[in-house]
Design a binder for this molecule. Structure first.
Ligand code: 2MC
Length: 364
């Protein structure tokens, strides 16, 4: 073979190889396309399946809603009819709840029969047969105080109630026996709102709940406790109507009261705590503390004001340094060192700074 022929056949071979390579590439691309197409097809089929299932579910749910609505309508009619009959019966036959019905007519709620699996069916007596249908149980329970303060754990059930007070599914605690014969469901205020109220009764002659026995402290300090019980109202009654009309000290067998009046000169309507007044208060406190007959001290003011605070007229010309350095108001501290109980019977304005047992109070 000549060299030219060799070269030509080599080139042909090379061209064939190139061709082969191109063919393989095309095949690869075609296969890839096939795979992509197949994947897309499968994906679309899957989506279609899902859409079909969703449609089916929607249809079922629509059907169930329709059934529920129909049951609700039937139950409502039944409950209204039963309610009317009961209301008529209640009008002629007063029962334990007579006082309630006089104020507002209450109709008992009844559980109604329903094909819905999560609602309790009722038996022929109208009482829900909870034991027969455990599907109504929520799985929860609540502690309830029973007779004699015993604690019961009451299972919670989901029931369908139809009454004038409550409609629809509610969660209730279930007891095998209810305390009132003929009553199947007792509604609390949380379900029935303000339409249900307790059996509050008015006591015509109230009796004190305590035995009237004095406690230990009252026995140890007999003069202190009755004195502490004297209120401003009693003191005023004593002042206004005199001892003859005051039933306070005599009826309670209190020790005699000592009254001390401190009035500034000239008298100030609002008891501004001027120097003279506070000096007089200090003197009275000394005397009361020394008097063994006095167990406690009650400080009161006038009808309009307990006190108008420090006397502004006295203060107005003094500088801060004068007040602070000169122990201005130092004699006020006497009230915080009294060892007997001091009670403030406050009426009207109580302004400024009050010292009481080392506590400083701002009041108005
Ligand atoms: C220990 C310290 C530093 C303190 O206590 S500081 C607190 C000092 N006290 C005050 O700032 C209270 C001042 N008083 C008042 O804000 C008003 O009088 C009150 C208590 C709200 C009552 O008001 P109103 O009912 O309108 O009565 P009002 O007409 O003001 O007072 C009646 C009279 O009491 C006088 N008065 C009232 N508070 C007074 C006071 N703290 N010092 C001297 N006079 C006083 C007042 O000047 C008036 O006198 P007059 O009839 O001669 O004009």
């Amino acid at each position: 073979m000549s060299e030219i022929e060799d070269s030509a056949s080599l080139q042909v071979r090379l061209a064939e190889i190139e061709l082969e390579k191109e063919k393989l590439k095309l095949q690869e691309i075609s296969e890839q396309r096939q795979t992509d197409l197949e994947r897309d097809r499968m994906k679309h089929q899957h989506e279609l399946e899902l859409a079909k299932l969703q449609l089916e579910e929607n249809k079922l749910s629509l059907e169930r809603d329709k059934q529920r609505e129909s049951v609700r309508q039937t139950g409502l009619v039944t409950a209204i009819q039963e309610g009317k009959a009961l209301a008529e019966k209640m009008d002629t036959e007063p029962t334990f709840s007579e006082h309630r019905t006089r104020r507002r007519k209450l109709l008992p709620a009844h559980a109604i029969d329903t094909p819905d699996p999560d609602v309790v069916p009722v038996n022929s007596s109208g009482r829900p047969s909870f034991e027969d249908n455990v599907l109504s149980a929520t799985g929860d329970s609540v502690p309830v105080r029973g007779i004699g303060s015993t604690q019961l754990n009451v299972p919670l059930h989901c029931v369908n109630l139809e009454s004038d007070l409550v409609q629809g599914e509610v969660v209730v605690g279930v007891l095998s026996v209810l305390p009132v014969e003929g009553v199947d469901v007792i509604l609390g205020n949380d379900l029935a709102g303000v339409l249900v109220w307790g059996d509050a009764s008015v006591v015509v002659s109230p009796k004190p709940t305590s035995s009237g026995e004095l406690d230990d402290l009252a026995k140890r300090y007999p003069s202190v406790f009755p004195a502490c019980a004297i209120t401003r109202a009693m003191a005023r009654k004593h002042r206004e109507y005199g001892p003859d009309h005051s039933n306070s000290s005599e009826d309670l067998d209190l020790p005699p009261q000592t009254e001390h009046t401190c009035a500034p000169e000239p008298p100030q309507a609002l008891n501004a705590l001027c120097d003279a007044l506070m000096t007089e208060v200090g003197r009275a406190l000394d005397a009361f503390e020394a008097d063994g007959e006095i167990g406690a001290i009650v400080i009161t003011g006038s009808e309009r004001a307990f006190a108008a605070g420090a006397d502004i007229k006295e203060m107005q010309n003094r500088t801060f340094q004068e007040c602070y350095g000169g122990n201005f108001l130092a004699h006020w501290n006497r009230i915080s060192t009294v060892k007997k109980p001091v009670i403030a019977a406050v009426n009207g304005f109580a302004v400024g700074v009050l010292h009481a047992n080392k506590t400083i109070m701002y009041a108005m």
